[in-house]
Design a protein around this ligand. Structure first.
Ligand SMILES: [Zn+2]
Ligand SMILES: [Zn+2]
Length: 141
C-alpha cells in the first residue's frame, strides 16, 4: 500500500541530520485495553530541508523520508491523532493499529510471530501479528 516516490540521492549524513531535525508534529497512541503507550508517530523537518517520519513502537523504531504533499497530509493526521488515516497512508507508520478493530494495541496485546528469511539463516524477514480479537496483519516486513 506504500507509495514509493523518487527522491534525490541523500547521503547517510544528510539522512541522520534530517532524522535529528526539529519535531513538527507528534502523536502518541495508547493501547485500547491497557491505556499504556503503544506507539508514537512524529513528523520532523521543514520546507527547506525536507520531511521525515519517525515511528516508534514495540515492533521497531523507523525513520522514513516523506515528500511534500504526503508530508502535509501526514502533518494534519498526526495533529488530529488520527491513527486510521496514518495507517491508510502507510501501514508501516502504524504497526500498533488493527484496522478491523479500529483500535490501537500495545506490545503485550499483539501476539507476534517472527518469520525467518528462507535465504538468510538467522535473519528475521518479517513480523506477523495477531490482535486480541484474532485479526492478523503484517507488523513489519
Ligand atoms: Zn483486531
Ligand atoms: Zn495492550
Amino acid at each position: 500500500m506504500s507509495e514509493y516516490e523518487p527522491f534525490p540521492p541523500i547521503t547517510g549524513e544528510e539522512f541522520d541530520a534530517l532524522a535529528a531535525s526539529p519535531i513538527v508534529e507528534e502523536a502518541r497512541f495508547r493501547c485500547a485495553r491497557h491505556g499504556t503507550e503503544a506507539g508514537m508517530v512524529r513528523l520532523r523537518g521543514g520546507y527547506t530541508r525536507g520531511w521525515m517520519v519517525e515511528v516508534e513502537s514495540f515492533v521497531y523504531r523507523r525513520f522514513q523520508r516523506v515528500h511534500e504533499p504526503r508530508a502535509e497530509a501526514l502533518r494534519e493526521h498526526i495533529a488530529r491523532g488520527d491513527v486510521q488515516e496514518i495507517y491508510v497512508m502507510d501501514v508501516a507508520w502504524a504497526p500498533f493499529y488493527c484496522v478491523y478493530c479500529n483500535a490501537v494495541y500495545c506490545g503485550a496485546c499483539w501476539r507476534t510471530e517472527e518469520i525467518m528469511d528462507p535465504d538468510l539463516p538467522g535473519w528475521v524477514d518479517s513480523v506477523r501479528g495477531v490482535c486480541p480479537a484474532g485479526h492478523e496483519r503484517m507488523l513489519s516486513d
